[in-house]
Each structure stands twice: as structure tokens, then as C-alpha cells.
Design a protein around this ligand. Structure first.
Ligand code: AGP
Length: 609
């Protein structure tokens, strides 16, 4: 996610803004920039890379000004580059932005028609031109901003400067966070608290649909109609280190709780709720390519591989197209039986995993078209794919992948519904039902996350066990694998995922009171079968933890512990059932004192074989 810092007050803005951007580095970024209003005019510095590269660009130049904006960019539209870095300028207007403007292409066309010229590929640049256009029409800075933001669709946290209005900055919040810090003859605003805390603990978290007009001595709040709103800053007793994690103890916990937002952002402007349609132009799943496609092959590693395994159930059910799933490190050394009739889908959060990159290069050599599902814009795998469907989960800092996994599943649902509709396998009514289900998921997840204390109680009971078995059937089988991976990689406890129907072929010999058996037992076509498996383990004195969505007591009565999931179409259960398993792994690891965010021997991205 991008980082915004704005300062106006009694001190030189540049050092404060650079310090603030450094404190927002945890948000992940690929370029940065600053705009400072000096007596000699506006100084704008932007650089691809890290903040140290920006500092290098600034060098020994004296840039004295007490009003400024800064930005760290997490690319969503347009590759990471100097010219795409923020701030963006149009005449006397300078803008920094966090979010996605869904209607920027239409607005850019209108502005081009009015003589505006654009230098970048970003959606943000059109905002600066829009405001400048209104000012040129005779509107004041404030009214020009109000008129412009009412023309925008999407999510936008904005910092705006007008060189002819040096005594004020304007901040706007719509679906992307902004916090204002109230200082003594100085005010600062930013995407998150860490940038503000060194200067003041008096802060106000802006609400959606609000505009702040900020001077060195005052903050005025308006709604998008221009009506005044109350200004009530609060004192926050929090230290900067904790603040980077949004008040959570670890990035992993923060990212688990970010999943409703990550899923919403990944669906945004692709799931057209009113029309009950999916718009996936960027995926290239159109026309002759689509109709020539006879097979789909997922290639991925780790958690992304588990997303691919889940995707097999989803896509085969929705499209009738056969799906293979390969571990990339296996695929890259085999003789692949694929060609132009196969669509290869690479799944990779980082977009840099060496095995997955090698796999798509091999698939490409055999004539397969490549679609990748990545979370990092312009990553190597994204660049080497024919098409990319980006998840918008925001940077995933913790080594253990959580919000990326559920966002990958959302991308797969969108692909499956889109293909199913395009080849006539899914009726409009069925697609509408699927879309209605997808739209409920963020709030269902919110409700699940509110029950974290139940998971903490489970973790307390089982944290000292040394072996776990995770069992699931059908679409819950990959969830069992992913739940086991989460536990083993952050708590170092041995955990194994298995298809529940397989326990009689070996694992049932392991069952004893010291090895908890985790069942994902959701209502669906194999529910009775999974219940039989639970009875088989119970009969051998197994310790059973069930994650189930059935109101009836059968499963609860058979289990030593259980957690109730909301009921949903079985095909969509993985997005819900994985979350309590993520939390269970997290809290067991915390109780065992391991390094949750940076587990031993692991890297966030395995860029070597
Ligand atoms: C998952 O929690 C692990 N961090 C790891 O298995 C990861 O999923 C795997 O390395 C693949 O990474 P990628 O999605 O960036 O390609």
C-alpha cells in the first residue's frame, strides 16, 4: 500500500517528510518522492527504488520550505519508475494518492479533450489535472478539490498542494486511510500513525468522505458536499514500533485481519455487482484464446500451490475444464505435456519465486499461454506472463502468507466465473448467485475475526502438542494442507495435511491422545464421509478439533474442541475455513515464543532454487 506524508508548520518540511516516509516503509513500496514549497518555488524530487535512492537524488541540495508532501508508491497502475512515482503535478497543483481510481481512463479522455497532457501511466496524475482544470475555470483551491473528488470513483487518500495557496494543504479520505497529527503551530498528516508519532500523540483518524483543510495553526474538516464537520482529535498513548503493525503484535496478525479489505480490493472494479458480471479484461481470457483452451495448469509453490489445488476444484466445478496443479519445482524438470491448448496459471505472491519463474518459462517454450496471479506489480513473473491478474492485498510483510492466499482464491473465483459464463457453462442466474456469495465474504470474515478469543482458547489447550494431523475432504483437502503449513512454518511443530479418506491407508496408525487431529468438516457432498472419518479417529481415542459449519451437534459431540464457521456454498468455504486455522497457527506460535514474522530458515520470497 502507498504511504502519504504531508507537513505544514514552523519547521523545514523535507526532513520531517523523509523521516515519515521511512517510518512507513513497512507498507511496502517501489518508488518515492517529495514536493516542497520553497520561497523560490516548488521543488519536486521523485525516484524509483528505496528512500535512500530519493535521499541520494536530493543530495546536498538546500530545499528550505515549511510546506510539503511525500509519498511511497506501491504500484497499481503503471510500472515502478521515476515518472510514475508520486507526487504528480499539473500546473500549480501537486497530488499524492493512495488507492485506485476506477474511472481514470474516462476522466483522462475528457481532460485530454480539454488540452491536458499526461506524462505518467498512473491513475493519480489525472487528479492533479482535474483540480487544475477546475481552478483554471475560476474556482478556489478548496472548491476545485471538492468538485474534483466528487467526479472520482474508487478509493483515494489524497494529499494536495496548490503553489498559489502556500498557507494550506488539503487531505482527502475515501476508502484509504489518513491520520492527522495536531502539533503546536504545525500539523502533519499521513497514511498511518508511525509517521506522526515522533511529533505528536494528538491525532484524528479521518473518516471516509471527508476533506481536511490544514494550515500550520488549524484543521478544518468538511464532508464531500463542503459542509463542516466536527474536529475532535484524541490523545493516543502508543509507541511508533507498535504503530507500524497497526497496534497488532505482529505483521502476520495484522495481515490476517486485513483479509476483508484485501478481498474487497481484489474484487473492486472486477466484480460488477449491479450488472452481476465479472470484468476481467486484464486476464486475456477472451475470444479465440478462451475457446482454444482445453486444459488449465496451475504452477506454484507453498501456500500459492495450495491456492492452485483449491482452484482445481473451483474451476473444474464452474467450467468443466480439466485442471492440473503442479508444484513448480517438480514441473520445471519434467517433460511437460502441454501446448497452446493449455493455459498455464502461475500463482505467486511475490512474483519472484525462482521455481515458479522457471516453470512458466518452460511452459512458454512449449507453446502454453501464461496468466499469472501476482501481488507485486511488475514483478518478474508478472513481466514474463502474457497476462496478469493482480491481487490487491497490499504488501505482505510476514513470511507466512495469509491475505495473499485468500486474495489468490478470490482471483481464481473471478477467473472461474468469467470463463464459465464466457463458454456458456454457467447461466446468468448461477453467476449472479456466485457473485452474491462473493460479496458477502468480507463481512463473514469480519465476524469470524471477531471470535479470535475462541481461537486463543484453542491455542492454549493445544500449544504444547508436538504433532498435528490436519484432515479435509474435497475442496477442504487443500485447506487442510494450508492449515498444516501455517502451523509448521511459524511454530516449528510437525503438522501434516492429508485427505481425510486416506487415513485408513496409513495415518490412522498415528492416532493417539498426544496428537490433535484437526478436521475441516463443512456441509457439502462429502459431509457424511468426513463425519465417518471423525468417528474412526474418535474410536481410536484420537483428540479431535473440528472446524465445522453445521448447526447440528453431531460433529460437536464427537469433537474434543470445535469452532463454528458460517454456512456458505461449499465451493466458497476455503476462504472462510482457512482463517481460524491461520489464527490457530499464529497464536500457538506466539505462545511458543517463536519469531512469528521471520521464522527460522525461511524467506518471504524464495528467489533461488
Ligand atoms: C507460505 O506461508 C510461505 N511463505 C511459502 O510457502 C510461500 O507461499 C511460497 O514460498 C511461494 O511464495 P510466492 O507466492 O511468493 O511465490
Amino acid at each position: 500500500m502507498c504511504g502519504i506524508v504531508g507537513y505544514i508548520g514552523k519547521r523545514h518540511a523535507l526532513p520531517i517528510i523523509l523521516d515519515g516516509l521511512k517510518r512507513l516503509e513497512y507498507r511496502g513500496y517501489d518508488s518515492s518522492g517529495v514536493a516542497i514549497l520553497t520561497d523560490a518555488g516548488l521543488v519536486l524530487k521523485r525516484k524509483k527504488g528505496k528512500i535512500k535512492d530519493l535521499v541520494g537524488l536530493v543530495g546536498q541540495e538546500t530545499i528550505n520550505g515549511t510546506t510539503g508532501l511525500g509519498h511511497t508508491r506501491w504500484a497499481t497502475h503503471g510500472k515502478p519508475s521515476d515518472e510514475n512515482a508520486h507526487p504528480h503535478r499539473a500546473g500549480d497543483v501537486v497530488v499524492v494518492h493512495n488507492g485506485i481510481i476506477e474511472n481514470y481512463t474516462e476522466l483522462r479522455a475528457v481532460l485530454k479533450g480539454r488540452g491536458h497532457h499526461f506524462k505518467s501511466e498512473t491513475d493519480t496524475e489525472i487528479i492533479a489535472h482535474l483540480i487544475e482544470d477546475h481552478i483554471k475555470s475560476g474556482e478556489s483551491f478548496e472548491l476545485a478539490v471538492l468538485a474534483s473528488i466528487n467526479q472520482l470513483k474508487g478509493s483515494f487518500a489524497l494529499g494536495i498542494m496548490h503553489t498559489k495557496s502556500p498557507d494550506r494543504l488539503i487531505a482527502v479520505r475515501e476508502a484509504s486511510p489518513l491520520v492527522i497529527g495536531f502539533g503546536n503551530t504545525e500539523n502533519i498528516f499521513a497514511s498511518d500513525m508511525p509517521a506522526i508519532l515522533p511529533y505528536t500523540n494528538n491525532m484524528l483518524f479521518m473518516n471516509d468522505g471527508t476533506v481536511a483543510v490544514i494550515t500550520a495553526d488549524s484543521v478544518k474538516l468538511l464532508d464531500f458536499t463542503g459542509s463542516p464537520l466536527p474536529v475532535n482529535p484524541k490523545h493516543f498513548d502508543i509507541n511508533p514500533a507498535t504503530a507500524e503493525k497497526g497496534g497488532y503484535k505482529h505483521f502476520m496478525q495484522k495481515e490476517i485481519f486485513e483479509q476483508p479489505q484485501a478481498i474487497t480490493d481484489t474484487m473492486r472494479d472486477r466484480l460488477l455487482f449491479d450488472k452481476k458480471e465479472i470484468d476481467l479484461n486484464e486476464a486475456g481470457l477472451e475470444g479465440k484464446l478462451l475457446h482454444a483452451m482445453k486444459r488449465i495448469n496451475f504452477v506454484a509453490c507453498g501456500t500459492s500451490y495450495h491456492a492452485g489445488l483449491t482452484g482445481k476444484y473451483i474451476i473444474e466445478e464452474m467450467t468443466g475444464i480439466p485442471v492440473d496443479v503442479d508444484v513448480a519445482s517438480e514441473f520445471r524438470y519434467k517433460t511437460p505435456l502441454l501446448g497452446n491448448e493449455t493455459l498455464t496459471i502461475a500463482i505467486s505472491q511475490s512474483g519472484e519465486t525462482a521455481d515458479t519463474l522457471a516453470a512458466i518459462r518452460l511452459a512458454k517454450k512449449h507453446g502454453s499461454r501464461i496468466l499469472s496471479i501476482c501481488n507485486v506489480i511488475d514483478s518478474t513473473i508478472a513481466r514474463e506472463s502474457d497476462h496478469v491478474l493482480y491481487t490487491h492485498a497490499g504488501p505482505e510483510i510476514s513470511v507466512a502468507s495469509t491475505k495473499a492466499f485468500t486474495s489468490q482464491l478470490i482471483a481464481i473465483y473471478l477467473i472461474a466465473i468469467h470463463i464459465g459464463r464466457s463458454i456458456g457453462r454457467i447461466s446468468k442466474q448461477q453467476a449472479s448467485l456466485y457473485i452474491d456469495t462473493l460479496v458477502t465474504i468480507p463481512s463473514l470474515l469480519d465476524n469470524l475475526l471477531k471470535q479470535e478469543d475462541k481461537i486463543i482458547a484453542l491455542a492454549k489447550e493445544y500449544a504444547k502438542c508436538s504433532d498435528f494431523l490436519y484432515l479435509g475432504r474435497g475442496i477442504s483437502y487443500p485447506v487442510a494442507l494450508e492449515g498444516a503449513l501455517k502451523l509448521k512454518e511459524i511454530s516449528y511443530i510437525h503438522a501434516e495435511g492429508y485427505p481425510a479418506g486416506e487415513i485408513k491407508h496409513g495415518p490412522i496408525a498415528l492416532v493417539n491422545r498426544d496428537m490433535p487431529v484437526v478436521f475441516i468438516a463443512v456441509k457439502g457432498r462429502v459431509f457424511e464421509k468426513i463425519k465417518n472419518n471423525i468417528e474412526e479417529v474418535k474410536a481410536r481415542d484420537g483428540r479431535i478439533i473440528s472446524f465445522t459449519n453445521t448447526g447440528n451437534n453431531d460433529i460437536q459431540n464427537l469433537s474434543d474442541s470445535f469452532f463454528l464457521l458460517p454456512e456458505i456454498d461449499e465451493l466458497f468455504t476455503p476462504i472462510l475455513s482457512i482463517v481460524p486455522l491461520q489464527l490457530l497457527a499464529y497464536h500457538i506460535a506466539v505462545m511458543n515464543g517463536t519469531d512469528v514474522d521471520q521464522p527460522k530458515n525461511l524467506a518471504k520470497s524464495v528467489t533461488v532454487e
